[in-house]
Ligand binder design. Structure first.
Ligand code: NUP
Length: 217
């Protein structure tokens, strides 16, 4: 993924035409489009190929299974045309290694969730976040997913993973996080969904975030 605008669109709409229209509008402002279960379940996996002409696609399937199943899932997602897959880290090193090995063979990316951005992540996930970040660095994943809602945690995670891995960070806008704050804290990309796709002018909403990021880099 080329580091250009530092914005990744989270396209959690459930209508194919709407997904395509929004992608067309924002293509110039995003470095990637992240799709997840809402869109893939509503439209089928073909949507990945259809959207990949606008931007690289990151499939946010938060894969969390045994090594063999992780590999089988990632195989299908890459076959559908995705450039990257988001996997959970809490399943441990062998599950993660299976996904990373396959991704490396296919020159694709694996992003590992460290701790999630919502309040409930404090119940269980946060305690594991630093260990997961270290594991992601050890197995040489492409990057981690860390919360824009807690920029101080992004800074902590950056210290653990160093500069080889990327940080992609959701939680900007609708969840209360700030794009400029989390970029300053050490994120490489922000992931933004509702603030863009629910806007009457998604392209202008995206541009505003890109301009905000440019101010601080
Ligand atoms: O910790 C995470 N938080 C999060 O919001 C990990 C994620 N993958 N996400 C995803 O980012 C979430 O599923 C959604 O697709 C996007 C944020 O969307 P929004 O809050 O900007 O609408």
């Amino acid at each position: 993924m080329e580091k250009n605008t530092r914005l990744i669109l989270a396209l959690d709409v459930t209508d194919r035409d709407e997904a395509i229209q929004i992608s067309e509008k924002v293509a110039g402002y995003v470095d990637a489009i992240k799709i997840g279960y809402p869109l893939a379940l509503a439209t089928g996996m073909e949507i990945i190929g259809q959207l990949s002409k606008y931007a690289p696609i990151i499939a946010d399937f938060k894969v969390a299974d045994i090594p063999n199943t992780n590999r089988l899932i990632c195989e299908q997602v890459f076959k559908a045309g995705a450039d990257g897959v988001i996997v959970q880290g809490f399943t441990g090193h062998d599950s993660l290694e299976a996904a990373v090995k396959l991704a490396k063979e296919q020159k694709k990316d694996i992003f590992v969730v460290t701790e999630m951005s919502h309040p409930g992540a404090l119940d269980f996930m946060q305690q594991a976040g630093e260990g997961i970040a270290k594991m992601a660095a050890d197995v040489k994943a492409s990057g981690v997913v860390a919360p824009a809602t807690r920029p101080e945690r992004v800074t902590e995670i950056r210290k653990i993973i160093g500069n080889e891995l990327s940080i992609i960070s959701p939680g900007v806008g609708a969840q209360g996080g700030s794009a400029s704050d989390v970029i300053k804290a050490g994120a490489d990309w922000v992931i933004v969904g509702r603030s863009i796709y629910q806007s009457d002018e998604p392209d202008m909403a995206a541009k505003k975030i890109v301009d905000e990021i440019k101010e601080v880099i």
